[in-house]
Write a protein that binds this ligand. Structure first.
Ligand code: MOS
Length: 697
């Protein structure tokens, strides 16, 4: 029986599931071209300075080692926008863990043994890796539009001083690491001047562009394949050093080269969430109406490149206030380069804002759901633009109803089971609606099948599946008649799986291609299709809504999290008992994969709240946690009854599918809801994540 369920919105199972669980799906490190050599990089052991000398004699003597690349013999690369990719180009060591050599060998074991045998001496310089929010070296960076990333409305300081009810609090979020299941890996081979790379990436299009520029090749001479990717959470959103090193080594040795980074290296070379110090000042009238909102965030960046964890951005979206200052500042240090981690900016920013809102509710003696409802708005506070849709109030009300919020006694420490104090908390969520130009093609074949081609990346989210649904919907055919090809630069160019923008961007192009194809087919009704089929392609560069970027609408998804925790008054252990999220993110295109996205991100938020943190070792200048034994992501035993619900929005200002992104909003606000629940349970207000037993007892 063909699957004739309505394609869009149906809980369609992900198509690559059987291939993944049977091992048939091949990841970047699982391609084994003939003559394959293996590479192992050598990380710097100082936090700042220069390589003084490299002795590779012992490494080259290891049986099977075929070469050692260092800044002294590595080929000169072309220009890259991203300075973290200028590997082995000079003697400079900008942070501990920066790669200073690469050993290539016949076997993985020989490469690893060779790497251990390379002797590097350094001219070491004093380093500074301490995030001091008061440092005079911290500055206000430019936002992507080139404006200072500090926005002011009215007179926030005066208004704060005059406010009847005030909260002035500082929150700290530690460095966090993405740690996808599949560490970063690439297999590269050169054949007659053509480079083919299997890379574990969230966006092969950008990897190809970058390799073209670094190796000074036309893009047509490079193919980058990212067919199956075992997660990334932003750490694979940009090209990473491993793909450059593998390509370089393959060219230098004349053999295919595989470089699979050991997890222990990831902490230093593929990004992390920068720690943030966030001062919040909220001023309100006695009825809870906000009169001033000051959100000041300081994060760190490396000396290699500027990356800003833009925590203050959420305070430009959430609540209206006549007086406001929202600013991001950044301090360059001798640290590894921070980068994107799921909801960069929003996740830590919303932890601070929504924790402060809870503190304000307590100060006012007002229910925290009611406080948020009283500060709801139809226009974006920072821009004055109307929201294309905003169902935050509906999410709060629906969540409160499902959670049983009305039965809650607002007094802290009002509920216990034996030694376990029980509390509940709420927090709101928001994430912007982003979209990038994409291309796609659609073909119809005489057997009644259709093929959609787009260089989308399925990082475990179900992108292939949802794009087939988008196509089936636009073509008006059952979804099992549509095949999708994704994950290769040989397909129509498409943007990365990031910024919760993948489905909107690729889907828009797929929808357009299918609509054109359907029109062509309608014109050929009654005629036989040629064996090669009939095709149509679409390029949404200059999207159909040409004013999308300059639209008069502000577009964001919203949500509400409710958490119930039990805190052991003896041990200080916090267990989340229930977590419930309600989201408003346009039309939900696949109920099954959407639920997975929401609860996956909520789980990551639970980790942010209770278990995850990286510690900057000030003496060594590197993170102490570098494996999953020391960096604690939540496991099944940590994850309680978790529910994700949504309010379907009919928003005509989005894209042909009417969808908003859903990859990141689930993590935004989760940690605040849990922290607020811990306060309700215990009466203790912690302002530093994660909430570990040592801080509670
Ligand atoms: Mo996400 S941090 O945009 O991959």
């Amino acid at each position: 029986m063909p699957d004739t369920t309505s394609a869009l919105g149906a809980p369609t199972e992900r198509r690559e599931g059987p291939a993944k669980v049977t091992g048939a799906a091949r990841y970047a490190a699982e391609h084994l071209p003939g003559g394959l050599a293996h590479a192992w990089p050598v990380p710097a052991t100082i936090a700042r300075g220069e390589v003084a000398s490299v002795d590779d004699t012992a490494a080259l003597a290891v049986p099977g080692v075929v070469g050692v690349l260092t800044h002294l013999n590595a080929p000169r690369l072309g220009e890259a926008d991203d300075a973290t990719l200028a590997v082995l180009q000079d003697a400079r060591v900008p942070h501990r863990g920066w790669y200073v050599a690469l050993v290539v060998a016949d076997t993985l074991e020989a490469a690893r043994e060779g790497a251990a045998a390379v002797t590097v001496t350094y001219a070491e310089e004093p380093h500074d890796v301490t995030l001091d929010a008061a440092s005079p070296a911290a500055y206000v960076p430019e936002d992507p539009d080139g404006n200072p990333d500090e926005h002011t409305r009215g007179n926030p300081d005066e208004a704060f001083a005059a406010a009847p009810v005030r909260v002035d609090v500082t929150y700290e979020v530690p460095p966090l690491h993405n740690h996808p299941m599949e560490p970063h890996a690439a297999t590269a081979r050169w054949e007659e001047g053509r480079l083919t790379v299997h890379d574990s990436s969230q966006g092969a299009t950008a990897v190809r562009q970058t390799l073209a520029s670094l190796f000074k090749l036309p893009e047509e001479q490079i193919t980058v394949v990212s067919e199956h990717v075992g997660g990334g959470f932003g750490s694979k959103g940009t090209p990473r050093p491993h793909v450059v090193l593998a390509s370089m080594a393959a060219r230098e040795t004349g053999r295919p080269v595989k470089l699979a980074l050991p997890r222990r290296h990831l902490a230093a070379v593929v990004g992390h969430r920068s720690p943030t110090v966030q001062r919040l000042r909220l001023g309100a009238e006695a009825d809870g109406t906000l009169t001033t909102l000051i959100h000041e965030v300081t994060s760190h960046t490396s000396r290699v490149k500027e990356f800003v964890e833009t925590g203050a951005a959420v305070s430009r979206v959430m609540y209206p206030s006549p007086h406001a200052r929202t600013g991001n500042r950044v301090l360059p240090l001798d640290v590894p380069s921070p980068s994107w981690m799921r909801a960069p900016g929003e996740a830590p920013g919303m932890y601070a804002l929504e924790s402060a809102m809870d503190e304000l509710a307590v100060a006012l003696g007002l229910d925290p759901v009611e406080l948020r409802l009283r500060n709801d708005t139809r226009t974006e506070p920072d821009t004055g633009k109307p929201f294309s849709s905003r169902h935050l109030a509906e999410c709060l009300r629906e969540g409160a109803r499902r959670f049983g919020w009305a039965e809650r006694d607002p007094r802290p420490r009002s509920r216990a089971e034996g030694p376990v104090l029980i509390g509940s908390g709420v927090a709101a969520a928001t994430y912007p609606v982003l979209v990038s130009p994409s291309r796609a093609s659609a073909h119809a074949y005489p057997d009644g099948g259709y093929v959609i081609r787009v260089n989308a990346t399925d990082i475990g989210t179900g992108a292939r599946t949802v794009l087939a649904q988008v196509a089936a919907d636009a073509l008006g055919v059952p979804v099992d008649r549509v095949r999708t090809e994704v994950g290769s630069t040989d397909l129509p160019a498409a943007p990365l799986a990031g910024g919760s923008s993948g489905t909107a961007s690729w889907g828009w192009a797929v929808h357009e291609a299918c609509t054109r194809l359907a029109r062509r087919l309608a014109g050929q009704l009654g005629q036989q299709l040629p064996p090669e089929g009939v095709g149509a392609s679409a390029d949404t560069e200059g999207t159909p809504d040409t004013n999308y970027a300059e639209s008069e609408y502000a577009r964001h998804a919203f949500g509400a999290h409710f958490a119930e925790v039990g805190v052991d008054a003896v041990s200080g252990e916090v267990r989340v008992r229930r977590l419930l999220g309600v989201f408003a993110a346009g039309h939900i295109l696949n109920a099954r994969t959407a639920r997975s996205q929401f609860i996956g991100a909520m789980t990551m938020g639970l980790g942010m709240a209770l278990t995850e943190h990286s510690t900057m070792d000030k003496a060594f200048g590197d993170f102490a946690e570098s494996d999953l034994a020391s960096y604690h992501v939540p496991v099944n035993a940590d994850v309680p009854a978790m529910e994700a619900h949504w309010i379907d929005e009919d928003d005509p200002h989005l894209n042909p599918m009417g969808s908003k992104g859903i990859g990141e909003i689930g993590i935004v606000g989760t940690a605040a809801a849990i922290g607020n629940a811990v306060h309700h349970a215990t009466g203790v207000r912690l302002r530093e994540l994660p909430i570990t037993p040592d801080k509670l007892v």
